[in-house]
Each structure stands twice: as C-alpha cells, then as structure tokens.
Write a protein that binds this ligand. Sequence first.
Ligand code: TRP
Length: 340
Amino acid sequence: MTLPSTPKTPTVILTGDRPTGPLHLGHYVGSLRNRIAYQHDYQQFIMLADAQALTDNMDDTGKVHRNVVEVALDYLAVGIDPAKSTILIQSQIPELAELTFYYLNMVTVARLERNPTVKQEIILRGFERDIPAGFLTYPASQAADITAFKAALVPVGEDQIPMIEQTNEITRRFNRIVNQDILVECKALVPEIGRLPGTDGKAKMSKSLANTINLGASAAEITAAVKKVYTDPLHLRVEDPGHLEGNVAFTYLDAFDPEQAALADMKAHYVRGGLGDSIVKKRLELVLQEMLAPIRARREELAKDRGYIMQMLKDGTYKARDVAAKTADEVKAALGLRYF
Ligand code: TRP
C-alpha cells in the first residue's frame, strides 16, 4: 500500500487593487491575466483595498463603495474563479487595521517620507504639505495586508516595489524584536511585459488620464477609443513608410491579436510603406471587439445578480479574516499583548 503523500501547502499569493474605478486593458495585461494563471497553482488572495483607497478619496467615499462591486464584476468577468481565488474586502477585516497600528511603531516618519512610491504619489496628487497622515503611513497598512496572509509572493507593478521592500523591513524588524519567525518575508512578482500605454500614447493607461479602454466598454466605446488610438504622426500618406515604435495601435495588436504571424506581415508592410492607418485600426477594432464582447456579456449577466456577488465577497472575506485573525493573534501574543 502506498501512503498518501502529505499535501503540500501551496505558496500564498496576495495581490490587490484600490477600487476607485472600473478595470481596463492595462489591468488585464499588468495583473488580471497573471492572476487567472496563478489561481491554479497558488493559494491566491485578491484584496479589494477599499480602506487604502480612502487614504486619498475621503472626499468621495461613495466612489470607493460603488467600485468594490464594479471591480469584483471585472474580476469574475475575465475569469478569476472565486472557487480558486479568495476575493476579500480589506475594510471588513479589522485585524488588518490592528496589525497596521503595531507596525506603525516599526517604521519612522522619515522612512515613510522617503518611500519612492509614496513620494511619487504625493506629487501626482498635488498633496504638497497637506498629506493625510493615513496616506503617508499606508505602507504600514500594506505591510499588514501582505503579512496577515503570510504571503510569499506579491504580484505588483514596478511602481509598488518600494512597498514590498518596506514590508520586508517591517517583517524582519518584527521577527527580530520578538525573536521568533512569525512573519514571512515576501517577494515582488513584477510582470515581464510591463504596462500598456494609454490610447493617447502616454506611457500608462490610467483612468485619471482618460486614455483607457475599460473591460466592460460597450461596442460603441471601443469603436470611439480605437479611432483615437495614437499611431505614427509622421505617417501622413499611405505610401509613406510607417514607424512601429510608440505606435499604440501596434502595441495593442502585439498584446491582443491572436494571429501573430499575420500581424508580423502587417508590420512589415506598414514599415515598408503602402499600408494605411485605417487598415491597421480596422484590425485592432476587430481584435478588441472580439476579445471584449464575451467579457462584457459575462459582466452584464453577473451584474444582474447582485446577491450572488455580495455573497461571494462575503464568503471570501470571512475566509480571509480567519487567516488574518490567526496572524494578528500570533503577533499580539509575541508582543506580550495576550492577557486572558
Ligand atoms: N497599493 C496597491 C495599488 O495601489 C493596492 C494594494 C493594497 C496591494 N494592498 C495590497 C497590492 C497588498 C498588493 C498587496 O495598486
């Protein structure tokens, strides 16, 4: 008789989004498609970081509330499976706030002010001297998010790498203070194919730049967005040789066209001259319409059953809370904060 092998505990992944708007193609390339792949082999937690979103959205709490459901719909519509991935709402796990409170004693204000992600975001938001304290200290909260689940891998964009570094500093500091290995160090998983440019040619697709194509975009919205896609400003006549660098139409086709061999031919023709932008855009429109139609249909179907979405979020959040509560309990005990 062969003994059953001990089940391997799968590596834990923690990832998340601030729910401040619907997700777009940039999210799909940067994180969603990886999450769809990871969920088969890892224990994946996906956090709707609504509490973090409030650190710079106190003037519009309704936006954050609404987008929790919108982003959850996006997740399910693209193929994140709640039976495989645990989707959770940050604010509903008070142990995360509790952990943050203790971690704040393990970072200095100077270190928070030096965190490049925070620095960059302060400039972006024009906070200048009026930085909400919760915003400045959100790296401690993000460290709580990650360590509460003892995540070993944290898929993030490049801009978030300093967050992971600071999380590991807190982890090491804590483990040293209590002289036990309670928290787990993590590794950032940065996608190789970085970010998708905006339709306007700017380096990043972003809601605030109004250069996105949302995953739930209507057919008409896709048509309008493709019309505006930035191509080659020097390609004035069809017979002129065209350029591929910075040409967003081709960047999108690289990312999404299932027929890459035909695309290679099209690129060669474009560079040679004799291929107009309208043909390229026609192809792009077809590719995007075909890619997004089933996502939109699934999203609309799911949106009809809000009860199901809320129950899914509740189940995921409760499951995650059990894990976070266990870590918070260990952390407090190690700090001498267990009395009864
Ligand atoms: N800060 C992340 C972002 O803006 C969102 C986030 C919150 C997150 N908590 C996290 C990402 C924990 C990874 C791990 O995109």
